[in-house]
Design a protein around this ligand. Structure first.
Ligand SMILES: Nc1ncnc2c1ncn2[C@@H]1O[C@H](COP(=O)(O)OP(=O)(O)OP(=O)(O)O)[C@@H](O)[C@H]1O
Ligand SMILES: CCCCCCCCCCCCC/C=C/[C@@H](O)[C@H](CO)NC(=O)CCCCC
Ligand SMILES: [Ca+2]
Length: 522
């Protein structure tokens, strides 16, 4: 090597014409931000059996481990080993690269990991031990690992431990496990800041401790919608690089009582009924959703109720946009700006009470509020393809009473390129808050003394032969059931953060435009 370039994240670190050689066959550019680790390596002559090396007495080597981007947003750990005769030169390179990695301040050093051994196909522990822990150790991340023993173990634990000593919390499991960890973290932040979660209008304190999701569940919708793939190694690498993706969180209240938070689907009717039925079939694993989905589709129940919502006027997007929320999304950035302005002049602007409420009454097969697209392997574009991860709004999708055949057409469009909102019985609104009251609970509340009505509430009074359901449905709140027929929902813009970066556009284009690259002679 003729001389080492001054190492800086913006400058080239490896120069052409060097005497530093590498075990690799192709040229590539790797930004410092995508290097996982640099390690001294025991040089093995077998790695390259070229005659001229045979004469050398001793060779010194180091390996650069970096993120290799494959198809469909999949990431893998790749390595390039460099060697030379000069031990001092080799050490200089290793040291300089390690110093550059130290400068990557957003990378986590200490993580708290919760593993649900019973999520999805019950592979959580194996996935973590075999695929994730070796990568964390390579990246010198220290971990405290808790294997959960019962539901709510992780959530309760987050109220007891010193969370502030960690750079992040990792959950190994599905959406339900993520939900537990999120409730633990948000709840803990509010408790420590003296905020009453039961107040539906309270300004909640943002949670800056990022959550990493290692997908090992049945749907893994939150992971898929924020990374673009449900793959444990890819997610582990996003955690190691210290990615940060803010996320909207919806709070759900009933009568000034806090019920739950939601980041993906809050669904009444179809998805609530699927979930309720599928909980009895947990032993079937992820297949339970197909079984209960089919059953619920055949039952074709619809529910009567009233929805009142406030449109999300602060955001520029609409649910019918062709543009999708992608890494560095402009619409989410605008919401972030508004959020920081609002927190400076809190109370002066965005008085919810002053804005108009729109009211819709009807019979619905499904009422779905999604704070993100809800893309998942079952539906790669999701329930609302143009929903944003961090714009402070949710898309409220109302599927009115229609025939089974039409409902099937609607469902099928979640799996192909056709527009699922292009049906006369489907409406979609971008909202910042909404309320729903089922007809049954309206009747019960306004006629508490009317015992006859209560008793006959079990029958569909208008059309006895129809599929109008005789009881209330259940809410599906990120895969957890919620039995309240009257709810008040509010979106909290960017309340929490994930170790993710949103779904990347075509990665090849991005690499071509990248300015801060290390040019590696490989
Ligand atoms: N040790 C445990 N025993 C029983 N239940 C647990 C345990 N640890 C966590 N849980 C609960 O299991 C529920 C489901 O877990 P998880 O979300 O990981 O898997 P899943 O339901 O199969 O996947 P998905 O939510 O993606 O559909 C969570 O709500 C969580 O509270
Ligand atoms: C004839 C073909 C029709 C195919 C229709 C496919 C439509 C699939 C849409 C999937 C939407 C998933 C929304 C995400 C919900 C999660 O928060 C939740 C917890 O993991 N999962 C479910 O409720 C599980 C929900 C599973 C539904 C099947
Ligand atoms: Ca949103």
């Amino acid at each position: 090597m003729k001389g080492m370039t001054k190492l800086d994240p913006q400058l080239y670190a490896f120069t052409y014409g060097c005497e530093l050689s590498c075990v690799h066959t192709e040229n590539c550019f790797v930004p410092i931000s995508e290097i996982i680790a640099v390690e001294e390596t025991e040089f093995n002559k077998k790695q390259r059996n070229i005659g001229r090396w045979q004469k050398m007495a001793k060779l010194h080597a180091f390996t650069v481990y970096y993120v290799k981007k494959a198809r469909n947003h999949r990431w893998r750990c790749s390595g390039a080993t460099f060697w030379c005769e000069d031990e001092h030169l080799c050490n200089q390179w290793t040291q300089a690269l390690k110093e550059l990695l130290e400068m990557q301040k957003s990378r986590p050093k200490q993580l708290l990991v919760y593993i649900n051994p019973y999520g999805g196909k019950r592979q959580g522990k194996r996935i973590y031990e075999q695929k994730v822990a070796p990568l964390f150790s390579l990246a010198s991340i220290s971990t405290d690992v808790v294997i959960t023993e019962h539901a709510n173990h992780a959530k309760d634990n987050l109220f007891e431990v010193n969370i502030y000593k960690y750079d992040g919390v990792v959950c190994v499991g599905g959406d339900g496990m993520f939900s537990e960890v999120m409730h633990g973290l948000i709840g803990r932040m509010q408790k420590d800041s003296g905020i009453d979660q039961n107040n539906p209008k309270a300004s909640l304190v943002q949670c800056n401790i990022r959550i990493g999701i290692i997908p090992a569940g049945s749907t893994d919708c939150i992971c898929y919608s924020t990374v673009g793939i449900s793959d444990p190694v890819t997610s582990a690498l996003h955690i190691i690089l210290g990615d940060c993706q803010p996320l909207d969180v919806s709070s759900v209240h009933h009568n000034n009582t806090f019920l739950k938070y939601s980041v993906s689907l809050l669904g009444y009717g179809f998805y609530g009924d699927i979930l309720k039925d599928s909980e009895k079939k947990r032993w079937m694993g992820p297949m339970r959703y197909d079984y209960s989905g089919f059953k619920t589709f055949l039952s074709h129940h619809y529910y009567e109720g009233t929805i009142a919502y406030q449109p999300a006027k602060h955001t520029h997007g609409s649910p019918r946009d062709k543009e999708r929320c992608r890494t560095g999304c402009y619409i989410c950035k605008q919401s972030e700006k508004q959020l920081s302005e609002q927190s400076k002049e809190r109370g002066l602007k965005h008085e919810e009470g002053a804005e108009e409420w729109k009211v819709i009454k009807g019979k619905f097969l499904a009422i779905n509020a999604v704070s993100m697209s809800c893309a998942c392997p079952r539906s790669p574009k999701g329930l609302s393809p143009a929903a944003h991860l961090a714009d402070g709004s949710a898309d409220l999708i109302l599927v009115r009473k229609c025939s089974r055949f039409d409902f099937l057409r609607y469902l099928v469009r979640h799996t192909n390129q056709d527009d699922q909102f292009d049906f006369p019985f489907v409406d979609v609104y971008r909202v910042k808050c909404f309320q729903f009251t089922s007809k049954l609970s309206e009747d019960n509340e306004s006629n508490v003394m009317d015992i006859g009505k209560k008793r006959f509430g079990q029958f569909c009074r208008d059309h006895p032969a129809c599929c109008c359901n005789i009881v209330n449905s259940t809410w599906n709140c990120d895969g957890e059931t919620l039995d309240s027929s009257a709810v008040e929902v509010r979106v909290h813009c960017q309340l929490m953060k994930l170790f993710a970066r949103g779904i990347e556009e075509d990665c090849k284009d991005e690499a071509a435009h990248s300015q801060s690259s290390i040019e590696q002679l490989l």
